[in-house]
Structure formats: C-alpha cells, structure tokens
Design a protein around this ligand. Structure first.
Ligand SMILES: [Zn+2]
Length: 487
C-alpha cells in the first residue's frame, strides 16, 4: 500500500477506565476514495512495524527532517513532529505485544490475527479472489444451534448467487446431536441458501477450522480459538464466542473434500415424530393477512379429518399455548393473532374464556437499527409485550405473554390445544410464522415510534397480502393427538 494514498492523524484520549489511549484517524486521499483505509485494520501490526522503520532517520536528526517524517503532508504540523517520542511509543515491547502468541498460531508462523468480524473479513478477502468455493465448518454445543437465525444466512445466499459453491460441513456426531426442530431448520437453511451440507468424519485438530475461501490457485482459511465459534447462531463470527480468529493465505487451491465425507440433503434431515401427520405448505395460505386464520384451519381440517371432527364438536377449547423463540416483528404477531382468531369460527374452537398463552424469547440487540416496516423487529421490549398483552386480551381476557432467554426455551415452534375433556393436539411448525413475508410492493409501515395504543390500532386494521419468503421450499407442519399435555 502506498503511503501517499493515505493521510493520518493521531489523537490521544482517555478510555472510560481512565487509561491513556490513542486514536488513529486514517483517510483515503485518492479522489473518491480508493478504499485503502478499509484494509488498514486487518494489517495494523504490519503498518505499525513499517511506521517504526520510517522513524529510523538516516541523518539521525533530533526531531524531524526530510530524511524521515517531514513530508508534504506533515509540514503543517512541524511543532508536533518528534520521531524520538514516537519511537518510545512504538517500543519492542509494544510491537511484540501485537504479534500472535504461540497458542494462536493455528497455521504455524504464517498465522495472522483477524482484526475484523468474520463476515467483514470474508467479504474483504472475497473481493480480492475469484472465489469458486466457500466452506463453513459447523460444530459446538448442538443445544445452542439456531440455523435459521444464523448471522451468515443472508451472506450464504449471496455467495451462491454469485456462483461460488457453498459447503457447510458438520461431523456425524454433531448432526446426530441435533433435535428434530433443529434438523428441520437446517434443512430449510440449505434449501434457501443453495448450500450443500456435508457430513464429515470427526477430526482432532488443535484449533477449530471455521471458514475456507478457495479460488483456482489461492485459498484463505480462518481458525477459531474455541469450538463454540462453530455454532450457527445470531452472534456468529463476532469474536465474543470462540474468538479471536486467525487466518492464513496460501497460493494453493483448497484440497478436495475427503472421500469418506457424505452429502446430506434436506430429506435426510427431516424426521417425523411418531403419531404426527406431516404435510407441506407453499402457496396454500397466500392471501390477505386478515383471513389467514380462516385459510389455515380450513387447510388443516382438510388434511386431518379427525381434527375437523373435533373442531366441529360441541365443546370449546380449554386452553391454547404457543411457543416460538422468534416472535419479534409485528407481522409475526399479526399472523399469530389471525391464526388463533380463525379458531373462533368453530364450535370446538376458541371462546373468550379459553386460556391463551404465548411464550417467546426476550428481544436482544441484533435487530434493525430503526425499524419502520411491519416485518422489522421491535427494538423496545416493553412495546412488544404491551402490544401483545393489550391486543390479545381484547379477545381473550385470560391471555398471558411470557418471555425467557432463548436458550431456556424449546427449539420447537409449537401450538398445543387442549379441550375440557383432556384431549390434546399438537402442531409443530418447522419455521414458525416467519415462513411468510409481505407481498412485494405492499406499503406496510408500522408506527414503532408511536405509543402502544397507536401500534395496536395499526395491527387491528392491518390487511396485507402474504406469500412465502422463499417459495422454492415449503414449510413443513406436523400435527397430531398427544396422550396428555401440560397446558
Ligand atoms: Zn530525520
């Protein structure tokens, strides 16, 4: 990188803990910006090494001269130039501190510390290579897996659309550790992203490999510190789990996948629990959100005659309970409300005295910064809770809303219905109500910035067209009677 393409400023400041720190401001000086600066963070240790060499003046001057740090750019800061003070700052101890400790050198002495989150790192390296293949290694505690909420999901779609072959790799032990709901999610994920899933044989390498990017004659590989980095989840690649990451670039292509590895397709992953009927839904429930519930129950009754019989029976439901970690947007809450409303049409359905209970995960910080559309996530936990409580209680006075940490909730998205005589039915949705999106070109603003009353009014009057988010793959519903249920 050429020094004259950059300008830099340093400013000292104090951290919140009172320690002295420095901020380095780097900017591109090329017209329009040539984006050299964005590469700086990844190569900071090298840059500081180079900076120290520049301070080594061939004339041995006292502070600054044209042989060292006095340049066209720095001439206006003459009183601030002092190469000796700068040398004190860039001491051996300081520079050695930036070198990778031995235990982080996953790839030997060529290992480099990855200074950026993995998604940024991946895109950065991807711009420099004609990438033909991306491999992502999955593992860690299977209990923690949330394949459809994985931060890399959107990126995988982009990589495969750009023609790279995307391969997700997990060991047979890991895949066997996933429960039925997680396997369903993984099936949907690979169908949506166009990725291949490969079952590897467990290996015992020191630092876990997490990512590999391959081109015709080059490859870039990243390793994590701990196996927990390999869990597909919303916080993937950020360094707080299993980081920091190290990378290595080599002038050779990726090795072919070992012969013993096996390709896994969505149908291999889906498992139907005994006693449940499975069916797929793609466009069957498309249409107005206001009549979503009507369509769902008509469809279900057609698929499962014994359910139709129960719904047309004389006795209404005692209780209904829905659990789903991802009730985060007004759209999803709207579809849940309409789904339950659809049960009011049946004598064996919902009445105002039915106990209705909804359980979901607490909101965390990875939603859209400034939500404004119906399918964006709420930022305000209180708003979501009050909207749900007040709106649902208008119809079912006994409604209750429960929040817990995602890890304390089941993975399954499940509706449980119980009648007064104890008969119990369960509906499991592989992707929950997140399968549907608002039809394109629909105007669907949501007043997140207004009070709860206004938000409820918006939902009460909402009438938007819905359709599958990815029509290429159906959503799978499983339903059936259970011997007993706890709601
Ligand atoms: Zn000098």
């Amino acid at each position: 990188m050429k020094r004259q393409r950059w300008a830099a400023l340093a400013a000292s400041k104090r951290t919140p803990e009172g320690e002295v720190a420095y901020s380095l401001y780097l900017y591109d000086t090329a017209t329009g910006g040539a984006d050299y600066v964005s590469q700086a963070a990844a190569r900071l240790p090298e840059l500081l090494q180079d900076a120290r060499k520049a301070l080594d003046c061939p004339h041995g001057c006292d502070a600054a001269c044209q042989g060292c740090v006095l340049t066209h750019d720095t001439q206006y800061h003459l009183e601030d130039l002092d190469r000796h003070r700068a040398l004190e700052l860039l001491s051996d101890a300081f520079l050695n501190g930036l070198a990778l400790p031995a235990e982080l050198r996953a790839f030997g002495s060529y290992s480099q510390l990855e200074m950026e989150p993995l998604i940024l790192a991946l895109n950065r390296e991807g711009q420099r290579l004609a990438v033909t293949e991306l491999r992502v290694y999955l593992g860690g505690e299977t209990q923690e897996w949330e394949p459809l909420a994985w931060r890399l999901r959107g990126e995988l779609i982009r990589w495969s659309q750009n023609g790279a072959s995307v391969r997700l790799i997990a060991s047979s032990v890991t895949l066997e550790g996933l429960n039925a709901s997680q396997r369903d999610e993984l099936a949907a994920l690979i169908a949506y992203t166009g990725a291949e899933l490969w079952q590897s044989t467990p290996s015992g390498s020191d630092l876990p490999l997490i990512l590999e990017l391959g081109a015709a004659d080059k490859r870039v590989r990243w390793a994590a510190q701990a196996i927990s980095a390999l869990v597909p989840r919303p916080t993937w690649g950020g360094g707080e789990q299993g980081g920091p990451f190290v990378r290595m670039k080599e002038t050779q292509p990726l090795a072919p996948l070992p012969e013993a590895w096996r390709r896994v397709v969505p149908a291999d992953l889906r498992q139907i629990a005994p006693g449940l009927v499975a069916f797929s839904i793609t466009h069957e429930l498309d249409g107005s959100s206001a009549t979503f519930g009507e369509r769902v129950w008509t469809h279900l009754a057609k698929q499962v005659p014994s359910l139709a019989e129960r719904l047309h029976g004389g006795e209404p439901l005692e209780s209904v309970s829905y659990t789903d970690r991802y009730l985060r947007s007004p759209l999803v809450l709207l579809l849940l409300h309409e789904w339950l409303q659809g049960l009011r049409a049946y004598p064996g359905g919902l009445t105002p005295s039915t106990q209705v209970r909804v359980e979901t995960a607490t909101l965390d910080r990875w939603g859209v910064e400034s939500p404004r559309l119906l399918f964006h996530d709420w930022r305000e936990s209180d708003d979501r809770r009050q909207v749900a409580n007040q709106w649902f209680q208008e119809t079912w006075p006994g409604f209750s809303w429960h929040e817990a940490m995602a890890r304390d909730l089941p993975h399954a998205r499940e509706l449980t219905m119980r009648w007064h005589d104890g008969e119990c039915w369960v509906f499991r949705l592989d992707q929950g109500l997140g399968y549907w999106r608002i039809a394109p070109r629909t105007h669907a603003e949501f007043p997140f910035e207004h009070d709860v009353a206004r938000q409820i009014t918006n939902l009460r009057e909402a009438n938007v067209g819905i359709e599958p988010l990815n029509a290429g793959y159906p959503t799978y519903w499983y339903c059936g009677r259970r011997e007993s249920c706890s709601v």
